[in-house]
Every structure is written in structure tokens, then in C-alpha cells.
Design a protein around this ligand. Structure first.
Ligand SMILES: [Cu+2]
Length: 146
């Protein structure tokens, strides 16, 4: 039998590890977040990254915001009649234990109404939010030329 002090110590460890598990299960993370550099007169920029869900439940992203931009949406590019077009995505689902890649020619974060176009080498904080308005991912995206 465990002595009471030891039992309570073991219980504390158990609770702490449960809290850590809960935090990890909640977690989305960004891999390689970046923004293609644009001229200072650009009216919009794109944000790319892989959104990775290490948790065991799918996460639905319905909104995005970025420091220094007045309007941010999640878009998907597609080809129609030989023209590249894009439209807004209402829900970006990140599957449990999976990922969604935002990349050139596909899904992207549309960064609009810049207060000032960030220069190459600067970083922009991009946040992805769920339907409850909770920030599920915060990423520092570097402005780069690739
Ligand atoms: Cu777009």
C-alpha cells in the first residue's frame, strides 16, 4: 500500500500529466510559416504554412487575423477557364493527427489592407481562430523571397 503522502504525490503527478496531455491534444502548430515579399504598394499578400494538428480531435478554423493587416481571410486558389481565381474558405478543417498545407496555387491566408507592407526580413504574427473565437495557432511568418 502507498502511504498517504506518497499517494497524494502520485496523484499530483497524474493530474499534472493530464493537464499537459490536454494542452498537447489542443495543439496546432505551424511549420515553415512565410509570406512572399511584395512591393511596398501591394494591396494584399499571401501567407503560407503547414498547419499541423498533433491532437486527437480535428480542429476547425473559421477565422484568421494578422498584425498590421485590416482584413484577413482563408482562401483557396483554383483554375477556371485558364484563369487563376480564388475564393474564401469558410471552414479550414485540420484533421486529428494530420495537417493541411497552405501553399502557392492552393490554400492560403489572404492578408489584405496592410497598414504598411512589411519588408523582406520582417515577420508578421498570424493567428488562426476557431468558431468560439479562440486562437488555436499563432505563427511568426517571415517575409521572404523564394
Ligand atoms: Cu486569396
Amino acid at each position: 500500500m502507498l502511504r498517504p503522502a506518497l499517494t497524494s504525490f502520485a496523484l499530483t503527478i497524474l493530474l499534472v500529466s493530464m493537464v499537459i496531455d490536454a494542452a498537447a491534444a489542443d495543439g496546432l502548430r505551424a511549420e515553415d510559416p512565410w509570406i512572399p515579399a511584395a512591393p511596398p504598394t501591394a494591396r494584399m499578400m499571401a501567407g503560407y504554412m503547414a498547419v499541423v494538428n498533433d491532437g486527437d480531435t480535428a480542429v476547425e478554423i473559421v477565422d484568421a487575423r494578422a498584425a498590421g493587416f485590416g482584413r484577413v481571410e482563408i482562401h483557396r486558389s483554383y483554375r477556371e477557364d485558364g484563369m487563376m481565381r480564388m475564393r474564401r474558405i469558410e471552414v479550414l478543417e485540420v484533421p486529428a493527427g494530420g495537417s493541411v498545407t497552405l501553399e502557392r496555387g492552393g490554400l492560403h491566408i489572404m492578408l489584405m489592407a496592410p497598414e504598411q507592407v512589411p519588408a523582406e526580413g520582417e515577420t508578421v504574427t498570424i493567428e488562426l481562430l476557431d468558431a468560439a473565437g479562440e486562437v488555436r495557432l499563432s505563427a511568426e511568418a517571415a517575409v521572404e523571397r523564394r
